[in-house]
Design a protein around this ligand. Sequence first.
Ligand code: AKB
Length: 318
Amino acid sequence: MKRILIVGSLGQLGSEIAISLRDIYGKEQVVLTDIRDDVNLALIESGPFYKLDCTDGPALASIVQRHAIDTIYHLAAILSATAEKNPQRAWHINMNGLLTTLEVAREYRCAVFTPSSIGAFGPSTPKLFTPQDTIQRPTSIYGVTKVAGELLCDYYYHKYDVDTRGVRFPGIISHMTKPGGGTTDYAVEIYYDALERHHYDCPLAPDTYLDMMYMPDAVKAAIQIMEADPAKLRHRNAFNVAAMSFCPEEQAAYIRTHIPDFTIGYQIDPLKQAIANSWPDSLEDYAARVEWGWKPTYDLASMTTDMLAKLRERMHGG
Ligand code: AKB
């Protein structure tokens, strides 16, 4: 039975991976940590939790030792738009946080999952059906930390035999915990505003295509890759995973099939637009499909139906 630790467990991705891992392995087997301890009290109180700065190696090591952890999900990171406002802090958290986890994993022989991102690509990357192995020259600091993180994880695998694995996540859409500081956050906010105001002001231009994924698929990818047979993994850090690619105009059209009077306006955020323009429109994920059986469940239509239903339930106290 695995004994898992999540670094950054109260964020958009962490809070849902935590619930799924606790369902699968049991509450005591999945230890949660986060820099905050004042949000999502239900999750915090559902099993072992520690307040932890992800760059604090001794504190992380002592939790790993106390709970005999064998697998770490390293999810603490500053997302692209926030990172661009304070690049030095983004480097510190994204790189030193990861290095801290890798060092503890080396000492205590843990496997490590680290998410990379479509942000690991840049303007010189092929934009359509971006291949697994291709040019990676990102222009955002977030992207720089993601490429460096991929390479660092590969390095720890080759040099120290640490079982590092990762995926390049697209924008993740979910209804439990809102994302914070990403370029793709609009694709989540749009559903909240559609239900509350029947209108959304989008920070990206109507025809900005980006890869996106619904949270149940993102959680599935993170868990499935850590359970994959290592003998079949030719790539490790990190696999392209794709589910859908759309632009704000298309997403609005799907929302209108449920809320006919929904309208969208455009108030372009130059920083987010520049980042989005530097990222691919759509990824090709053949390696993930062949090497560990990746296959998404949701597309834009089924995600939109589910998102709106789940948010409606919440709004009506369900
Ligand atoms: C962001 O927009 O920064 C993230 C990502 C695509 O990595 N959601």
